[in-house]
Design a protein around this ligand. Sequence first.
Ligand code: ATP
Ligand code: MG
Length: 552
Amino acid sequence: MSEEGKERSLNFIEEIVENDLKNNRHGGRILTRFPPEPNGYLHIGHAKSICLNFGLAKRYGGGTNLRFDDTNPVTEDTEYVDSIKNDVKWLGFDWVNEYYASDYFDQLYAYAIKLIKDGYAYVDDSTSEEMAALKGTPTVPGKPSPYRDRSVEENLELFEGMAAGKYPEGSRVLRAKIDLNSSNMLMRDPIMYRIKFAHHHRTGDKWKVYPMYDFAHGQSDSIEEITHSICTLEFVAHRELYDWFIEKLGIFPSKQYEFARLNMTYTVMSKRKLLQLVNEKFVSSWDDPRMPTISGMRRRGYTPKAIRDFAERIGIQKRDNLIDVSLLEFFVREDLNRISTRVMAVFEPLKVVITNWPEGKVEVCKLENNPEDPESGHREVNFGKEIFIEASDFMEEPPAKYFRLKPGGMVRLKGAFIIQCDEVVKDAEGKITELRCSYIENSKSGEDVSGLKVKGVIHWVNAQEAAEAEVRLYDRLFKVENPAAEEGDFKDFINENSLQVVKALVEPSLKKATLEDKYQFIRNGYFVLDPDSGEKLIFNKTVGLKDSWKPA
Ligand code: ATP
Ligand code: MG
């Protein structure tokens, strides 16, 4: 069931879960996990995995562990751990346990010792080149390394020596002894442990050997008694190895299931690539609003509900595909339409003087905060003698059916009066500097008895009270749909015009904007305050009112 409660058919993972529950596998219990490696900020692809793992467990009365897959000391950092927790919470999910694969290092080491003792693992002194040469190809069987038949005693002594830091990095590895003829190359004696003299963000300098992904992930699942371990398709070939380790160790039988990663148009979806964008200053930070990161989307004004609805809508597939970013924007717009406060902001100010307005007079106009939400109420905006409208809402020589302001024409100012343009003032170069207009006295919105019919309604700000704001407008970060699939460096396809900074005059209520408030600048789009905002107001454009984007 979707958030709205609409029925849809079960996806293949839900079918598996329902079947397991029906057969009382694991006593009818479901426990999933979300296992990020803390080597970067989470992106929208992770959001899909989060929604899947947490959503599935929730739907079937189970829970989800948050497990940091921190087995590679070189790339991991506590900053990333904090941002990941923050992002998962912001998306609206709670984990039952917070775990770290590094907490299992002792247990994993003990598992390795057991496999050595049972004759299922050996220490190999071959160089990586030698190993590669012996490995064969999918059609040519591998050849045994000269170290494959070491005795259990020798293997134990060498592995303990590795762990004690007796041997240099790269000099030896621990390998599982499986099947050199397997058509699955991962089963041809995969590496379990390598020597690394690196400082780990949690275990410090205690360990000199670190487990490989394949000898950490499944065992971590098993230690936590995860019932359904869901990962992306590139791990299909790893499943056989996942099952092999669990079987040989005789530990809790977690099972792995795979689904297609989310790829989205006009962006890249890998932490390694996103890190390059940050380090090489193509963007300002991990949470730059152009980034496909959860933190970037939050800063841009996307809502957790929009992201969850998007994840639900795209569902899960067994084949890789590329999702149009417009679909995500559709859900963002849909949610923002529901919740955002309508305000007025003028981007290209053109001064309008109301000639028949008494000097110093202020008239309070009531504007609806959000017509989609009757509870949202009204706010007051002062009308006065001098206002600004958008320069584009006036045309001196308009085409037929132009319903905004034109010489001699009338237009309604949103929430205020009907005005008529009496005179166009220009400077020496002929540029329009000001419009002189008169207002129709009994035409105030809500109490209009003028009997006039005007088709156009335009927005405005009071010149006396408007606040200046910097507005950041964003475009796609890349010029091509799938930069990662192009030949050459993905960074060659960056859109150098993805950020445009403009000035605007905004109504005074925006001086009280907080980072959580969502606004619709009427007729202009959805906007949100940026954390860079201080004395000076800074807004980000979240998305336009309509899908107007077209490929170049
Ligand atoms: P990246 O290549 O961006 O670093 P990753 O897969 O290495 O991604 P992890 O931190 O290892 O990132 O991933 C945590 C979880 O999120 C994994 O279960 C992974 O399968 C899932 N995940 C990562 N990227 C995507 C994606 N694009 N779509 C769906 N799930 C994803
Ligand atoms: Mg990874």
